[in-house]
Write a protein of this length. Sequence first.
Length: 326
Amino acid sequence: MTKLRVAVIGAGGIGGTHLRAYAAWPDLCEIVGVADVDLAAAQARATEYNTTAFADYQVMLNAVQPDAVSICTPPKLHLPIALDVAQRKIACLCEKPPARTVAETEAIVAAFEEAGAILQFAFCHRFHEPVRQVQELIGQGKLGRVVQIYNRFGFRFDRAATSWFTDPDMAGGGILIDTLVHSIDIFRALAGEVVHVDAAVSTTLPVQVEDSASLQVVSASGVIGSLNCSWVTPVSEAEFRVWGTEGEAIIDYAASGGARYRLAGDAEWTTLPAQAPDRFVLQAAHFLSCVRHQQRPKVSGADGIAVMRVIEAAYRAARQRALLSV
Ligand SMILES: NC(=O)c1ccc[n+]([C@@H]2O[C@H](COP(=O)([O-])OP(=O)(O)OC[C@H]3O[C@@H](n4cnc5c(N)ncnc54)[C@H](O)[C@@H]3O)[C@@H](O)[C@H]2O)c1
């Protein structure tokens, strides 16, 4: 079997993670290039992964003709680069957030549909083993009917104020679109489609975007979610808690094992074993498999649009709240 030829556009933090994930599957793919407008950054990654560096992603695509690419640039660049990649009928793993708006996301999805090329949005938490374990517990009915979900992704993001992450034009917003986008995706995976959203945001740093956000969401089946993220709280916490009529489950990203759960009448928590590779490595494997077999990824374009609809509704709700409180 010939190996898929993969390339990475954007050699920053997550670009390095995509390269590491592809490098974990040497029998499935060959890394044929990495591009970054910062050529030194591309060169450093190229040296690490024994590939070729480019300063211009279009030059790279012309030169190496990859089967698949990862888009790992700031969100403003997702749309123009994705349209270019789709036009060339190259499969694409596009980082989150899908883009800055629903309209941009819809344009990306339409371009790949028209081209008949594979598009996967990099909602990596879908591949996190404890998330998959709790999905299974819910699917097996072990927790009974799911009633409430709580999530917190909180940490201190030191470079927020001085990076593109707080430039509204580059990022499309602040922590809501950057980090809470994962929370919404995980909530949808556990509870189904979001039909109601209320939101509050606040800004502590001297920046133009929100650096803390709390959403209350309700799924079509009536599950209530409380999703909370902050870039300014120094004690790092990343967790999901799921309560059902028969028990509770916890996804604690700091814990060493898998998900843990406790059913009605249980004296102790049961911790599931964690055996799988990390979520980025599994995400890459799924993407490569979809490209190889021309199958629709389990994180599809439709998922990207659905998540961005919740994001936009949340920003609208937060603005209305601000008006009412004046
Ligand atoms: N899935 C996750 O858990 C996760 C984690 C971090 C970041 N991300 C996402 O990944 C994307 C990149 O984030 P990051 O943390 O790697 O940012 P970063 O700033 O570390 O890296 C971005 C890189 O893109 C490069 N770049 C900018 N314009 C370019 C262009 N036209 N062509 C090629 N390269 C270009 C920059 O020079 C930079 O090196 C964002 O969408 C972000 O939200 C996802």
